[in-house]
Design a protein around this ligand. Structure first.
Ligand SMILES: CC(C)(COP(=O)(O)OP(=O)(O)OC[C@H]1O[C@@H](n2cnc3c(N)ncnc32)[C@H](O)[C@@H]1OP(=O)(O)O)[C@@H](O)C(=O)NCCC(=O)NCCS
Length: 117
């Protein structure tokens, strides 16, 4: 199964602006984990994360679609990250309290992609 990544680069030097790392979830028919998405801090808020997410979703639709699962933290510093997923059609489907540590819950978000959409 393993990990795969999409990297968005710019200019002749192909400087990376951000990447998304994902992989097929073991023991599932059509579920993927989005393990990490990160954009250069100086470039955040300019649409790079959305472009990476759309590129990932297009790729997974080509492969037949399925679920994309994301896990993140309830800490305030991740409020922007949760908002990013929600505005891109992800739904909060679960929460485990005190998962990472006291006052730091696990938040699970998911989006269903249909093939060829
Ligand atoms: C979350 C992240 C990938 C979003 O990428 P981005 O290129 O900044 O996002 P976009 O420009 O495409 O979308 C902007 C939206 O994302 C959200 N957002 C999250 N972090 C943000 C930030 N630092 N700056 C601006 N918007 C941010 C907001 O909801 C914003 O919507 P708004 O413009 O209506 O306020 C990026 O901010 C990042 O790398 N964050 C740190 C790493 C991280 O938390 N990764 C996710 C781990 S699960």
């Amino acid at each position: 199964m393993g990990y795969e990544a999409l990297v968005l680069v710019t200019g002749e030097t192909e400087q990376p602006l951000g990447y998304v790392c994902f992989g097929k979830t073991p023991m599932t028919a059509f579920t993927y984990d989005l393990y990490w998405i990160a954009v250069d801090p100086e470039t955040q808020g300019k649409g790079v994360g959305t472009r990476l997410l759309h590129a990932l979703e297009a790729l997974l639709r080509q492969r037949g679609g399925g679920n994309v699962r994301v896990e993140t933290s309830s800490q305030e510093e991740y409020d922007g990250t949760v908002a990013f997923y929600l505005r891109n059609g992800y739904e909060t489907v679960g929460r485990i309290s005190q998962f990472y540590r006291e006052d730091d819950d696990l938040i699970i978000l998911c989006k269903r992609l249909l093939a060829g959409e």
